[in-house]
Design a protein around this ligand. Structure first.
Ligand SMILES: [Zn+2]
Length: 68
């Protein structure tokens, strides 16, 4: 477990998204958040934060498991 430096504590990362398996990178200038999966290829796909859970759900990641 040498990779202990996760991005989860980085203020540029939305921890809820990152912990669920998403990229979670947040553009601090706009507040937009990446809706792609962790370690995705290519550039981030920044979108409004409220759109991220739906985008990730399409990729098989459920950010709100307590919401059916
Ligand atoms: Zn990204």
């Amino acid at each position: 477990m040498a990779d202990d430096r996760t991005d989860n504590h980085n203020p540029n990362i939305v921890s809820d998204v990152a912990e669920a398996g998403g990229c979670g990178l947040k553009n601090l200038a706009t507040g937009a958040t990446c809706g792609l999966t962790a370690r995705h290829a290519g550039p981030c796909d920044f979108m409004a934060p409220h759109a991220v859970p739906e985008a990730l759900r399409e990729k098989g990641i459920d950010l709100q498991s307590d919401e059916q």
